[in-house]
Design a protein. Sequence first.
Length: 131
Amino acid sequence: MSDREAIIPQGMEDVYDKIHYAPAVRAGNTIYVSGQIGRDENMQLVEGSEAQIVQAFENLKKVLAAAGAQMSDIVDLTSFHTDMRELQLFMKVKDRYLTRDFPAWTAIGAAQLCGAPGYIIEIKAVAVVQG
């Protein structure tokens, strides 16, 4: 029996069915969350830098909740940025979502995300839950 479970929150079924990846995979007590972007439930890009960063964090939060986890369970966070000059804005938004028990964090500059113009942020995470 496999100790691996695909996590597919409501509204993200197309990611699994059409793009062929799981929003997250749970293996034991560890949850590996795929990169979350500033896209709404209709798979549409959210406009505006802050709004797009908020949407990416909201998507991350939604995936974690579907796995029975919360933001405070994140132990490792990786963010990809198309414009590192917006790192301060990212940090401001991040601090709204991660308020204690801070995870390890790596920020990486990237030329393009999702193979499409307009996306400025992608956030992936690893979370560990008890029990």
